[in-house]
Design a protein around this ligand. Structure first.
Ligand code: ADP
Ligand code: MG
Ligand code: MG
Length: 898
């Protein structure tokens, strides 16, 4: 019954009493997610139509070997078809009582709508008659056959599906029908003849009548779909390796289109948008699978409560088919208990009997993920650690962005389904390519479509939000938008689009491409113009999960911030200190840029000191405000880092302005500016090199820090400044700068008759600094890894210029990921490890942190945990992400040790 090639099976049967002790039969990497879960459902006794799965390994082999099927595979598939035949009691290709199958893709992870499925395979001019007889329903038989020809022609033969749709429209028009449901048996039969003519005309040969040819054609199409353009785009967006391949599931058909006691549907065991513990789903009477998702007919609600809430007329399944619904509800509970997570389910009811066609862990919004994790821990379904590990840290990003201000006025045009939460404003675009182009030039866009299809993926990704006129909560648009974290309003039927004129009408209001629209994915509201937003907060389940995360993490989490607003926000997000305060940001402020420029353009030390004296009170006030906001939490303040010419005037007007302020002539100033020009400023006169050449600059900054600290300590909690010297590569540099800082501190303490604790340390951002860390640690009480510059200097890649080639480098596999987003563990990571080891060798209690962009990237945070850093520092909005990622890293490290 099972096919063996050498010692590894290529085909695994499921259902119909087939069980396998082979762990590969339920291994997602071998049989794909769909296959593994079908086998699992069958094993726990759920009603699953029997079938078999061809392994992903066979797909990879087929694609590598130029589309050939080995004889062993043909034999194994033949035997597995026999398994289905025996279980169902029908034979494939039998003219009297034919077995029909579906051929379904199923990769290791679900790729919604990315690959193609063929239903009703096994129908031909003879078997259709048999099906009509055995079912006693000729209309059903011919409808199934025309669906098969349509799908097979599209998916396997690559014919334009528009041709078939057009023929159907004409047939309906001729008869004066409005809906497909009005078509009679003879109408479908006539249409089948027309379909076959179309197929033959396009192909130059008849539509395949041999059922085994149909089967192998479909298997090949599923394998080939792994390398289709849309699958490739999806893989790239989701970091799915090309080498995984897809499995193929061949399964006995069950029919939801056998009249009014039959139905098909999709459901979630909890609400995937809100996380609420309530069954959530959509179904259609007398329909086949694709009908629900494709948005051809508007689906009905599954439960009575959902229908009441929406005020919808058509009966819920709970009301219309109470027995099948009761059975389904029992299955929901069983599956959730079994998988201990929310399930996304496909089912079909054939003449009153429930069949399960798919289950998988359901995609959900970040909000729902948090609620489900916290609820399930409360229900005892999972423990606290599992709850923490279950949330994708990056998904929190969805919740850390502004939402629409409930007080702001809204010009509501219409309300659709709240398919994916969040708020978005942007300009209307009517197709995916336009979305991508406009977004590429920095515009915020809202993609508006009748409904979306897998071809629209790139546009959905580029858009801030998606609005569709058709389709329910489980439509393509809704599922994909939730997965991407894009806000989406679906099924807004008051939207009508005129693609030719590039205009649209929403409930009587005329709009055009380019007009601004706002979507509220949490309520389904569609509004004209832009609506004001408010800042998010960590309340409810989010707050609870963050508390749990804090209990399990080892590393501290700080923030990179320099304005009181950012500091306050970061603290509200749980930041435990500042990991990087960039003092130069304060220099750009309009009120002081003139003094900064006087300082830079001064001819000598006296001139510089004069200008610095103007800056001192300003810097002191800045630091005092930050220290107050941070209320005793540690603050790492980096002394001036960028090359001075970054602050110079741009253009004649600014030079004239400066000339007026300083009394120097504009020409003189321009000459000084030209003298400061550098060929490679990133490697030029910057960082501690400024402090070494112009000690008075760092001295002023140190004075501002200590005076502010003393002031704040006098009437509140004493701050703990950590003075950080940038771009150090040798011990001597730090020795000089540290002496300067210590001297300044002592002077201030004497003047104020006060004393506060402080640290002096350095950034490790040059490869030489990492290598010399042992010596440098003699002068430093802390290191902070400046991994942005460390990446630039280690790779010899300028971040600002990398745009031209980085894409190609990632595509061609030179870099697995953008090294400025996720730390290059092999190269930059090794330097970090060396510095940690040598630094600790000299000073065992040296404080170690990271302040590059990587401090907010979960994969990099896991690396920081592994090398034993004390804290990570991230931008304010990334602080919660870092807290969760740090907890997960600690939990995983702990699990690894055990
Ligand atoms: P997708 O991954 O796009 O959901 P599926 O393979 O799951 O593709 O199938 C598409 C639709 O066809 C689903 O609604 C599914 O439930 C339905 N379907 C698949 N196989 C069968 C079958 N054997 N009998 C009835 N319906 C099926
Ligand atoms: Mg499916
Ligand atoms: Mg730097």
């Amino acid at each position: 019954m099972t096919g063996k090639v050498s010692d590894l099976q290529t085909v695994y049967p499921f259902g119909g009493g087939a069980t396998s002790g082979d762990p590969r039969a339920k291994d997602k990497t071998i049989v794909g997610g769909k296959g593994a879960n079908l086998a699992e459902m069958a094993d726990i006794g759920l009603p699953v139509p029997p079938g078999f799965t061809i392994t992903t390994e066979e797909c990879v082999r087929y694609l590598n070997e130029g589309g050939e099927f080995p004889a062993e595979l043909r034999r194994a598939v033949g035997e597995a078809v026999g398994h289905i035949e025996r279980s169902v009691g029908k034979r494939f290709g039998d003219a009297n009582d034919p077995l029909l199958v579906s051929v379904r893709s199923g990769a290791r992870v679900s790729m919604p709508g990315m690959m193609d499925t063929v239903l009703n395979l096994g129908l031909n001019d003879e078997t259709v008659e048999g099906l009509a007889k055995t079912s006693g329903d000729a209309r059903f038989a011919w409808d199934s056959y025309r669906r098969f020809i349509q799908m097979y022609s599209d998916v396997v033969l690559g014919l334009d599906h528009g041709l078939f749709e057009e023929a159907l429209e004409i047939a309906k028009e001729d008869k004066g029908y409005y809906a497909d449901t009005e078509m009679e048996a003879e109408d479908w039969q006539a249409l089948v003849a027309e379909y076959r003519r179309i197929a033959e005309g396009e192909l130059g040969r008849p539509f395949p009548q041999t059922v085994t040819e149909q089967l192998w054609g479909a298997i090949a199409a599923v394998f080939d779909s792994w390398d289709s353009d849309r699958a490739k785009v999806y893989r790239r967006l989701n970091d799915i390796p090309a080498g995984w391949g897809t499995a193929v599931n061949v399964q006995a058909m069950v029919f939801g289109n056998m009249g009014d006691t039959s139905a098909t549907g999709v459901a979630f065991t909890r609400d995937p948008a809100t996380g609420e513990r309530a069954y959530y789903g959509e179904w259609l009477v007398n329909a086949q699978g694709e009908d629900v998702v494709a948005g051809i007919r508007t689906p009905q609600y599954l439960t009575r409560t959902a229908r009441d809430r929406a005020g919808a007329k058509p009966l819920s399944m709970e009301e219309a088919m109470p027995d099948a619904y009761g059975e389904l509800a029992r299955v929901f509970d069983l599956l959730e208990g079994h998988y201990r997570d929310m399930q996304d389910i496909e089912f079909t009811v054939e003449r009153g009997k429930l069949w399960m066609l798919q289950t998988r862990t359901g995609k959900r919004t970040a909000k729902a993920a948090l609620k489900m994790a916290v609820d399930m821990a409360g229900e005892g379904l999972i423990d606290e650690k599992t709850a923490i590990l279950r949330i994708d840290p990056m998904a929190l990003d969805q919740l850390l962005h502004p939402t629409l201000d409930p007080e702001a006025p809204r010009d509501v045009l219409t309300t659709g389904l709240p398919a994916s939460p969040g708020a978005a404003s942007g300009r209307i675009v009517l197709d995916a390519d336009t979305a991508e182009t406009w977004a590429g030039r920095g515009e915020k866009v809202i993609l508006v479509r009748v409904e979306t299809s897998p071809e629209d993926i790139h546009g959905m990704h580029a858009a801030q939000g998606i609005l569709t006129a058709r389709g329910g909560m489980t439509s393509h648009a809704a599922v994909v938008a939730r997965g991407m974290g894009r806000c989406c309003v679906s099924g807004a039927s008051a939207v009508s689009i005129d693609l030719k004129a590039r205009t649209l009408r929403i409930a009587g209001r005329d709009l055009a491409e380019g007009d601004v629209l706002t979507l509220d994915g949490s309520t389904g509201q569609v509004m004209a113009g832009e609506v004001a937003t408010i800042e998010p907060e960590l309340a409810g389940d989010f707050g609870t999960l963050m508390e749990w995360a804090d209990r399990h993490r080892r590393m501290g989490v700080r923030t990179n911030a320099e304005t009181p607003v950012d500091c306050r926000m970061a603290v509200s997000f749980g930041a435990e200190g500042i990991g990087l305060c960039r003092t130069e940001h304060m220099f750009f402020d309009a009120s002081r840029i003139s003094a900064v420029r006087q300082m830079i353009l001064a001819e000598d030390e006296a001139g510089r000191r004069k200008a610095l004296a103007l800056l001192l009170p300003e810097q002191r006030a800045d630091f005092a405000e930050i220290f107050c906001t941070m209320a005793g939490r540690p603050c790492t303040i980096r002394l001036l880092d960028p090359p001075l010419h970054e602050f110079l005037p741009q253009g004649d007007a600014e030079f004239e302005e400066l000339a007026e302020a300083t009394g120097f002539g504009a020409d003189h100033l321009k000459r000084r500016a030209a003298e400061l020009h550098e060929f490679n400023p990133m490697l030029g006169h910057r960082g501690c090199r400024l402090g070494i050449t112009y000690p008075e600059i760092y001295e002023m900054q140190a004075r501002a820090i200590f005076e502010a600290a003393c002031d704040v300590a006098a009437d509140g909690e004493a701050p703990v400044p950590e003075v950080m010297i940038p771009l150090v590569s040798s011990k001597r540099e730090l020795e000089l700068m540290r002496a300067l800082v210590d001297r300044t501190a002592e002077a201030v303490f004497t003047e104020r008759s006060a004393r506060i604790d402080y640290l002096v340390g350095t950034m490790i951002e040059l490869p030489r600094a990492a290598l010399m860390a042992g010596e440098i640690a003699e002068e430093a009480t802390f290191f902070s890894f400046g991994t942005n510059d460390l990446t630039q200097t280690t790779l010899g890649v300028s971040r600002d210029d990398a745009g031209r080639f980085l894409g190609a480098y990632v595509d061609k596999g030179v870099f697995a990921r953008d090294p400025f987003v996720s730390i290059d563990i092999d190269g930059v990571g090794e330097l970090v490890e060396i510095a940690v080891e040598r630094g600790r060798g000299t000073r065992s209690d040296i404080k170690l942190g990271i302040c590059g962009e990587h401090g907010g990237d979960p994969a990099s945070i896991a690396f920081c945990e592994k090398v034993g850093l004390d804290y990570v520092s991230a931008s304010p909005y990334r602080v919660p992400i870092a807290r969760l990622a740090a907890a997960q890293a600690a939990l995983r490290a702990g699990a690894g040790d055990a």
